[in-house]
Design a protein. Structure first.
Length: 172
């Protein structure tokens, strides 16, 4: 029985390392292949359970007075406990976390920004908008009859061909 525990422990650990290395190198291929599976069967949960089964079996065989069947049952229970903990404290929160900071250019319309590069009459400048926790900068023009200076607050009124049309914003 000890051989089975060692195979699960070492094999699971090697698989976990390979999963991390090659899944990252393959651009998330494994996650894409396993998307059809329920979250409870996520590779991290499965591999964590296998490694925990092997490790618990090894330790219980070496350091407990229990017989082989009791050790096997306890190893299964400990593996199930660890897999459950991995699911609820790692996999589930990560799946529910925001994974994208992407936005659409159409979302800029109606958004307040700040001129970072002055916009001359009939020319182009740059405006910074806040999205999430960061700033995004876009080429901008204006329909104003006077130039807009750096630091002025503006309102995005249109987006065409990657250029944001803005107007001066006053809070009064």
């Amino acid at each position: 029985m000890a051989e089975i525990y060692w195979i699960c422990f070492i094999g699971g650990a090697v698989f976990a390392v390979l999963l991390v290395l090659f899944d990252t190198a393959a651009g998330g291929f494994v996650d894409g292949v396993l998307d059809a599976l329920p979250d409870a069967l996520h590779p991290i949960v499965l591999v964590g359970g296998i490694v925990a089964f092997g490790g618990a079996g090894i330790l219980l065989t070496q350091y407990s007075p229990f017989g082989p069947w009791t050790v096997a049952c306890l190893a299964v229970l400990l593996a199930a406990l660890l897999a459950t903990l991995l699911f609820f404290f790692y996999v589930k929160p990560m799946n529910e976390a925001e994974m994208s900071v992407a936005y659409s250019m159409a979302e800029l319309t109606g958004k307040l920004g700040e001129v970072t590069v002055p916009i001359p009459i009939g020319g182009y400048g740059e405006v910074a908008f806040t999205f999430g926790h960061g700033l995004v900068h876009h080429i901008a023009d204006t329909r104003e009859r006077e130039p807009l200076s750096a630091g002025e607050k503006v309102l995005a009124i249109d987006v065409k061909e990657g250029v944001v049309t803005v107007c001066r914003w006053s809070e009064s």
